[in-house]
Design a protein around this ligand. Structure first.
Ligand SMILES: Cc1cc2nc3c(=O)[nH]c(=O)nc-3n(C[C@H](O)[C@H](O)[C@H](O)COP(=O)(O)OP(=O)(O)OC[C@H]3O[C@@H](n4cnc5c(N)ncnc54)[C@H](O)[C@@H]3O)c2cc1C
Length: 407
């Protein structure tokens, strides 16, 4: 149900057309606020590879803009998850009555979200890199690298973990932290000795590095490598090194791990996506200032270890639109939005930081993990640990009130 806004905010510039951008723009439109998305890349899918898993809470939030079924139609459900430490594997319990994770290609996800937003009436402009913004009492103006400008009542920074809007809001804002891990994703054909159970995602702690793998609907195997590296490398730095050279490093790193070494040996250079440094955001002191506000990785990138980055970005987008719909002005809406979101995203980010440390444990830590894993699974209450994350639901129709803590 679309609800007319009671706010004096009527128009929004949304900076970034990744995941949060199209979702917040479509949700703003549903709330009666006209939104235009400005994306730095020249086209919709350029440079986008790999896949990600959307959690049930993320899919539920997507249902507010009617994009959940289109995503499910393109996704592979991961009905089961397995943890592997050395030779020990354990199946993780599923939460009762909660749908499985949905694994979707990043390019597919971007396309679905873009198409849904366009259908809702959102306009996209590509090749628009925001470089500055000025505010006056009545509006905010975004300035783009190509010299053009655009003005609106508010500006939403959905511009990812290396956000420009974050530093426009607060020049002292922390930069994204580096997890000490570089990301890669590879694809290969299944074979008799490498044929994961369909619908099962395995998280594997190898001798030297962590990796994960699963079988896709088309029968191929996808794997993700988290390579420990003291040296920080941006996406551009990492892609400046040839894929063949990265494959040599990955093969050395996963030698002796099963099936890690098979995955590394059988991936070809053409089938390796290089992601670069994996980031995690420290708490951001100022989520908003004046007419500008942050959403998604720009303010709360919890790192890939949580499997929640995209889902949290979607949830925050919906909550921001809800707040702008119901509260009288930008300041009260941004305050309520931060109040609804900060605790949840920071708690999940802390879980991500703990998992990141476990991904690079050293030989003693690894041995301890092997010994402790069976005990850990015996005593772990999966519902208590994961239930609150995955069962989170947003009631779009419920009005947001100042000082509210309703989800
Ligand atoms: C290796 C890896 C695996 C991951 N796996 C998962 C997973 O399984 N599940 C999950 O939920 N999450 C996962 N994530 C995290 C997830 O990708 C992010 O949380 C999600 O992409 C955040 O969406 P966003 O829209 O906030 O940012 P982004 O997707 O980064 O989009 C930001 C957009 O803003 C644009 N932009 C940047 N600067 C400007 C500017 N100045 N002007 C205009 N446009 C700009 C960018 O080009 C980009 O299109 C993973 C991340 C990595 C690195």
């Amino acid at each position: 149900m679309s609800i007319a806004t009671t706010s004096n905010v009527r128009t929004a510039l949304v900076i970034g057309g990744g995941i949060a951008g199209p979702v917040v723009a479509a949700a703003l439109l549903k709330a009666g606020i006209q939104a235009t998305v400005y994306e730095a890349y020249p086209t919709l899918t350029e440079g986008i590879g790999g896949g990600l898993a959307l959690a049930p809470n993320g899919l539920a939030a997507l249902s507010v803009i009617g994009a959940d079924d289109a995503v499910r139609a393109l996704a592979t459900p991961a009905a089961g998850t397995v943890m592997a430490v050395g030779g020990n594997t354990r199946r993780l319990p599923n939460l009762a009555d909660v749908e499985p994770l949905q694994i979707v290609g990043r390019g597919d996800l971007h396309r679905v979200l873009h198409d849904r937003a366009v259908e809702a009436g959102v306009r996209f402009e590509y090749g628009k890199r925001l470089v500055a913004a000025d505010e006056d009492p009545n509006s905010v103006t975004g300035r783009f690298e190509d010299g053009s400008t655009a003005s609106a009542d508010v500006l939403v920074g959905a511009d990812g973990v290396r956000s420009t809007v974050r530093t426009l809001i607060d020049p002292q804002a922390p930069a994204a932290g580096y997890t000490g891990l570089l990301g890669f994703q590879g694809y290969l054909d299944a074979s008799p000795d490498l044929d994961p159970e369909p619908g099962v995602m395995t998280f594997a702690f190898g001798k030297r590095a962590y990796y994960l793998f699963w079988k896709m609907a088309d029968g191929r195997v996808t794997w993700g490598a988290n390579l420990p590296s003291k040296k920080y490398m941006s996406l551009t730095d990492a892609r400046a090194i040839r894929a063949e050279q990265w494959l040599r490093t990955l093969r050395e790193t996963y030698a002796g791990d099963l099936p890690g070494e098979l995955l590394a040996y059988r991936t070809t250079a053409e089938n390796l996506d290089i992601t670069g440094a994996i980031h995690i955001m420290p708490p951001v002191p100022h989520w908003h200032r004046g007419r500008m506000v942050l959403v998604g990785d720009a303010v709360h990138a919890p790192s890939n270890s949580t499997g929640q980055g995209a889902s949290l970005a979607i949830e925050s987008s919906i909550q921001l639109a809800r707040c702008l719909r119901d509260l009288p002005d930008a300041t009260s809406a941004f305050n309520a939005y931060e109040q609804l979101r900060r605790e949840r995203v920071e708690r999940i980010t802390k879980r991500g930081a703990r998992t990141n440390s476990a991904k690079t444990p050293g030989p003693v830590g690894r041995k301890a993990m092997q010994v402790l894993m069976p005990v850990f699974f015996k005593v772990m209450n999966f519902e208590k640990v994961m239930g609150w994350e995955q069962r989170y639901r947003i009631d779009w129709d419920a009005p947001v009130e100042v000082g509210t803590s309703v989800g």
